[in-house]
Design a protein around this ligand. Sequence first.
Ligand code: UDX
Ligand code: ADP
Length: 483
Amino acid sequence: MKICIRNICCIGAGYVGGPTMAVIADYCPNIKVAVVDVNKNRIDLWNSKDLDDLPIYEPGLKKIIERCRGKNLFFSTSINEYIESADMVFISVNTPTKKTGIGAGKASDLKWVEASARQVAKFSKGNTIVVEKSTLPVKTAEVIKEILESTDPIQKVKEQKSFHVLSNPEFLAEGSAINDLQKPDRILIGGESKDAIMALHEIYRNWVPEEKILHTNIWSSELAKLTANAFLAQRISSINSIGALCEATGADVREVARAIGSDKRIGSRFLDSGPGFGGSCFKKDILNLVYLSNHFGLPEVANFWESVVSLNNWNQNRLSTLIVKTLFGTVSSKKICILGFSFKANTNDTRDSAALNICKNLLEEGAYLIIHDPKVGSKQIELDLNLKPVIESEDVEYESDPSQYEGKWSYSREVYKACNRADAIVVLTEWEMYSDLNWEIVAKSMRSPAWVFDSRSIVNSKKVLKAKLNFWRVGDGAIQKKR
Ligand code: UDX
Ligand code: ADP
């Protein structure tokens, strides 16, 4: 029987829920979409008048919010009310790696998913399709189903409740989320009920070509999501391992990547060597795979995937060690300017950012860091580093003596000022603005011998060297030889 969706409720107004629902609302004017969250502050920001205050920065997002908010897109903390009126509920809550207990450090913490399922079980009315959107370990749909089915049977009959569970993993990448949602490579819908699958299928058909919508069983869908992220992360660890070898041998990883990437079987994307992958997904998903593999008695499979994460950790530590070694074996009492704190460009997300680990290492070594990022504010960095900035006002005393500030940091809104009297500049996020700096101006204000470390290969090496700055670039053994 055809199921027609009129009201959607999405639990979780984060990096996945917010942009995904905005795009659904934009393409489906006849569907009322409500995004609900327990975090009032986040909801207030989604409702803020000034669209520059939205809690998430994504190119293209502001325009959609402007078009749809208040028409068929709503952000609210009235979770129960919107669950009650929904024909379809998306679960888009956070699923971080467990910190304690069984599976700590590897398995995902499903307490927020469980809480959401319980709320749906309690407040939904009639037929409800529950869609898992958050990245989840395989078999989570089963947990959700069990919770939904354990609703008080009397209440169930009285309110004529019934549920279908679908897995519909999101493949958007932050920084290009809107484009990825508007032009997805594929949409994956896993489930048991053909009618429920078709109800979601019809929503996507409003803008996604038929042949791109794949139907699978529920576990294949869940596993496909983990596998896609694991394969992507594996490519990054692979190229970073080769980058280190290039530095040691005089080869250039960018040339190697171009050469191997032109083989159609390998492909050219996801071969940028850098400081190591960050973000909320790759590490978490691989650790989930590791946990699952061990659980199902496949330790060799678990070890294979775990090495992808180990290589990534090693790569991040390698960078901070290299910086310390290059600066005559110590960074204590030295001023280091950090360009970029988000885990990649075009997002304000700092979760598991390589910059965070590298900054922590440098602070431990006694460096004074001046951190700049065009979209990440001082408050977020303070939370991540768990350390207050020296200058609260965000107005750094650029002339100050760094020896007063060993192991401390300040925030800067101004790139050129941030570089003032610095011993080194470290580019950690590939924001476009950093590829276009005037190195003559920068060089004049730095303390000699001054260094530029480009962990993202975005800086124009010729201009840096012309400005008489020392230069290091990730994976580039050739440039080290030129000095
Ligand atoms: C990833 C997946 O790409 C996406 O499909 C999934 O839905 C969520 O996880 P995301 O983490 O948002 O998306 O960004 P992505 O572009 O994949 O980058 C992840 C990390 O890898 C970033 O730190 C990025 O800088 C790094 N990276 C990416 C590289 O170091 N080199 C590359 O070639 C590509
Ligand atoms: P993601 O990147 O997966 O979108 P985020 O952490 O950005 O993750 O967003 C998840 C959101 O889910 C958070 O804003 C959090 O407050 C919200 N959330 C978690 N549990 C619940 C719940 N039971 N009900 C409503 N919202 C929830």
